[in-house]
Design a protein around this ligand. Structure first.
Ligand SMILES: [Zn+2]
Ligand SMILES: [Zn+2]
Length: 139
């Protein structure tokens, strides 16, 4: 499905700027902030304003097209992947990684809940595999 169709299906008017914002968000796995999206898109769309980015992101979150992540105190990050998954914020490289749970791990959560799970957000702060391995080799 194209991002234009995705917008129409969510009753959002598919303006060029909205499509480009969604195209960018669906092309990256970095969970960018509004500022990062602005920096990436302004060379392509010089008339783009920060206000348009904020308004578009708020609308997309509100309509359930994308998810917002509050894993960092200062920055809201945005995720095109709305399937239930966890996030790791690495305190060394400051990247946000997707952590996908296996079925047996979701069963473990279900046991904790003692019911059904439809969605979850798990925010983990720590050190990613890459930075952890770098730390080991330097000793
Ligand atoms: Zn890292
Ligand atoms: Zn994610």
């Amino acid at each position: 499905m194209s991002n234009k169709t995705l917008l129409i299906e969510h009753n959002i008017k598919p303006t060029i700027q909205r499509i480009l914002i969604l195209d960018y968000l669906s092309s990256v796995i970095s969970h960018p902030t509004a500022d990062e999206i602005y920096t990436a898109l302004v060379p392509k769309i010089p008339i783009l304003s920060r206000m348009t980015i904020y308004n578009t992101l708020n609308l997309l979150v509100e309509k359930g097209v994308i998810h917002s992540l509050n894993i960092e105190e200062k920055n809201t990050r945005y995720d095109f992947d709305i399937s239930p998954h966890a996030h790791l914020l690495c305190t060394k490289c400051h990247k946000v990684y997707d952590i996908f749970l296996k079925n047996e791990q979701i069963d473990f959560l279900k046991n904790l809940v003692e019911g059904e799970i439809f969605d979850f957000q798990i925010n983990i702060k720590g050190i990613c595999k890459k930075c952890n391995n770098l730390g080991k080799t330097s000793h």
